[in-house]
Design a protein around this ligand. Structure first.
Ligand SMILES: Cc1ncc(COP(=O)(O)O)c(C=O)c1O
Length: 412
């Protein structure tokens, strides 16, 4: 069959909804300044779907640093890959400051987080090695694992008995091949809000002899006494060998970095294909990241405010009987029962009649019959925003219970 004919007939699990989802549930346009109240299709909405955890996206000093960086350097400088011609003193300064912040000896900047994780995994393992990874890992981990030419073993999400079972299998294999084991998980899981069981995993190292790589995209800036992330929060920085962080969440920018020992970071500098064969991070992003990091370091009150909002939202939802799963972090899922048509109708109702904008997640990401609404609180939200949202959710849930969304209005 012709590839394009097949694509025309089968748009994929998400694309098959595009005829009614496009522009509303998928690819919506949130307009105006990045803040809790934004414009959606000409109406103001209270937004709970941006990972602007600390509120830096629209911070005046951040905006000014971005302007100054662009004015001084444009978007081109430095040209080329870091290894060839795209290095600068500020890139190196940012790496030193980031390593210091996350309490690791060295760090390496990455152009994009997603490709970065794929490429880190690719660079680290040989075909003699085994990868053992959490079943609910982000797509970038899954894609990195796909590139691995050796064996891979998946353990049930955060299930230490399942991890041990897979480690035993991996160990039997690597005893034969002479390779090593890489365990991969997330720090703060972006969908459920669960934290990876980092201390428990670290404790297994003595028995099975492996290295740990953690994707802590969401933990950076939000967790830990200094904001260094999930490993700091759980007291596991030393035991976690290599940690990835993105600039796409708390830093409210583009770019990412990985931190670990000097030897491993030096190895990655010379062996990560996504960095060697791609242009270096533009200077305005580096200058902007330095400013963001300075603000995160010097304003712990942003993180405290975030947590005030998180606690109010999560305890408020629980008190009203909502199932928010097992989150231990700002990510706040709300699980409801219903079909995809209920999900779209209730989201439409929330947006159009209550002015509440949040993301919906349906099958195949969650089981059939489950609707997940995901709320991302930020330091910019107020307690009044929380109350308004919980009131709207109560009205919505009562309607869902009565089956009123079955034939309800859908976006035009
Ligand atoms: C857990 C996790 N890892 C990696 C990424 C990818 O990062 P980036 O947006 O910098 O490509 C994301 C999303 O941004 C994420 O949520």
């Amino acid at each position: 069959m012709d590839i394009f004919d097949r694509i025309a007939a089968n748009r994929g699990p998400l694309g098959s909804h595009s005829h009614y989802a496009d522009g509303y549930f998928a690819f919506p346009k949130l307009e105006g300044e990045i803040q809790p109240r934004m414009m959606f299709r000409g109406k103001e909405v209270l937004t709970w779907s941006l990972n602007n955890y600390l509120g830096l996206a629209n911070h005046p000093e951040v905006r000014q640093a971005d302007i100054d960086g662009a004015a001084a350097y444009g978007m081109a400088y430095p040209m080329g890959a870091r290894i060839m011609s795209g290095n600068s003193t500020l890139h190196e300064q940012l790496e030193t400051e980031l390593a210091d912040f996350v309490q690791k000896p060295a760090a390496l900047l990455l152009n994009f987080g997603y490709q970065g994780v794929v490429s880190i995994i690719d660079a680290l393992v040989s075909r003699h090695d085994a990868i053992v990874y959490d079943a609910e890992s982000h797509a970038c981990i899954i894609d990195g694992v796909r590139l691995h030419q050796g064996k891979r073993f998946v353990f049930n999400h955060n299930d230490m008995a399942s991890l041990e079972k897979q480690l035993e299998r991996a160990k039997r294999l690597t005893d034969e091949t002479g390779g090593g084991i890489l365990v991969i998980t997330e720090g703060m899981f972006g969908m459920s809000g669960n934290l990876g069981k980092l201390p428990e995993i670290v404790a297994l190292k003595a028995k099975y002899d492996f290295r740990i790589f953690v994707d802590d995209a969401h933990g950076f800036g939000t967790l830990g006494a200094t904001g260094a992330g999930t490993a700091e929060h759980l007291g596991a920085i030393e035991g976690v060998d290599l940690i990835f962080y993105t600039f796409a969440k708390s830093m409210a920018s583009v770019g990412a970095f990985v931190a670990g020992t000097e030897t491993v970071i030096e190895y990655l500098r010379y062996n990560m294909r996504s960095q060697i064969f791609a242009k270096s991070l533009p200077m305005p992003l580096v200058i902007g990241a330095l400013k963001r990091l300075e603000l995160i370091r010097s304003h712990p009150e942003y993180r405290e405010k975030l947590w005030t909002v998180v606690r109010a939202l999560q305890s408020g939802l629980r008190e009203k009987g909502f199932n928010i799963g097992t989150t231990e972090s700002p990510v706040t899922p709300v699980f409801l029962n219903g079909e995809i048509s209920d999900a779209t109708a209730l989201t439409f109702d929330l947006r159009e009649n209550h002015g509440i904008f949040c993301s919906i997640v349906v099958y195949p990401v969650v089981p059939k019959g489950v609707i997940m609404l995901r709320l991302i609180p930020t330091a910019m939200h107020s307690l009044a925003d929380v109350e308004e949202t919980i009131r709207a959710f109560e009205i919505m849930a009562a309607k869902l219970d009565k089956g009123l969304y079955s034939n309800a209005a859908q976006p035009a």
